[in-house]
Design a protein around this ligand. Structure first.
Ligand code: BJW
Length: 260
């Protein structure tokens, strides 16, 4: 059984026609963006039910907007880190590539990623609840909370809250990529929020080589061919560069000897 490692992954990426990457909040942690479920995660301080559901917004749009305005101001000061840049560089070398992000912070784009889908929306876009029109670049901090559309309807952040459907076309592209890629890289997600969390399993079922990078084991660790535990900003540049890896990955004991 091969233990994989940077050289095995690099070799597979070199030979691959199609590469896909799924990212979560952990990829932006080293940029200073809080995660949701980590030690200092947002859901440790705030209840998702109060802030990230359509019911919460209907009940108290001002409270929800105050929270999002605070996050927008925080993210506005953050810059991409080496993990974002390593993923952007990977895209430049791959014939077919899709970055599937659950993040709403826009840092992948800022790092130069182009072929990407934002499954949970974007913090910098707002949508009118009445006429559904979206607008970018609303100022932060907001002048009026909650902000209103020119039609008079309430504006909401154009992000996906619990119980809401993910945007159809990005979701279709994400599942297509998971089903057709040869290498599927998963970075900095706790892999508990569906349907995004199903994508690595779909990739694995379709014979992709699945590699996880995370501070700690996740529900995906048992299905990944390789799991690398540590900071994405330190691991990814090494893992995706052409220089040999000084550290072997944690081998997955449950990996089948016949797996690709
Ligand atoms: C590092 C690191 C470093 C830290 N380096 N690593 C199937 C089964 C069970 C439940 C469901 C299911 N299908 C649907 C559901 C319900 C629900 C769900 O999944 N619930 C579970 C939590 C139980 N899903 C939904 O409701 C979704 N909608 C849906 O399915 O709709 C169906 C429908 C169809 C048709 C009509 C109507 C409905 C929507 C989910 C929306 C999620 N929204 C949020 C908020 C977005 C906006 C905002 O930002 O405010 O998305 S919640 C939050 O979680 C955010 C994230 O994108 C998402 C995932 O979190 P992520 O990215 O994994 O972050 P963390 O914090 O959890 O993990 C960080 C990881 O990084 C950790 O593992 C760290 O160790 C690691 N890390 N530093 C490397 N330096």
């Amino acid at each position: 059984m091969s233990q994989g490692g940077a050289s095995e992954l690099q070799d597979r990426i070199r030979r691959a026609e199609r590469v896909a990457v799924l990212t979560g909040a952990g990829v932006s942690a080293e940029s200073g963006v809080p995660t949701f479920r980590g030690t200092d995660g947002l859901w440790r301080q705030y209840r998702a039910e109060d802030l990230a559901t359509p019911e919460a917004f209907r009940r108290d749009p001002r409270l929800v907007w105050e929270w999002y305005d605070w996050r927008r101001q925080l993210v506005a000061t953050c810059q991409p880190n080496p993990a974002h840049r390593a993923i952007a560089a990977l895209e430049r070398d791959a014939p077919e590539f899709l970055l599937i992000t659950q993040n709403v912070d826009g840092l992948h784009r800022k790092a130069g990623s182009v072929r990407l889908v934002e499954l949970h929306g974007n913090l910098w876009r707002v949508r009118c609840v009445r006429d559904e029109r979206t607008t970018e670049n609303l100022e932060a901090p907001l002048q009026d909370i909650p902000p209103r559309c020119t039609c008079g309807g309430l504006l909401r952040p154009d992000v996906v809250w619990f119980g809401e459907a993910l945007p159809a076309e990005p979701l279709r592209q994400a599942f297509d990529a998971a089903q057709s890629c040869e290498v599927f890289l998963v970075v900095g997600t706790s892999a508990v929020v569906h349907p995004a969390a199903s994508l690595p399993g779909v990739a694995r079922e379709h014979d992709a080589y699945v590699v996880e990078v995370n501070l700690e084991p996740t529900p995906l660790t048992s299905i990944a061919h390789e799991s690398h535990h540590g900071k994405a900003g330190e691991i990814l540049p090494r893992l995706l560069s052409t220089s040999p890896s000084p550290q072997p990955p944690t081998p997955n004991p449950r990996r089948s000897p016949c797996s690709p």
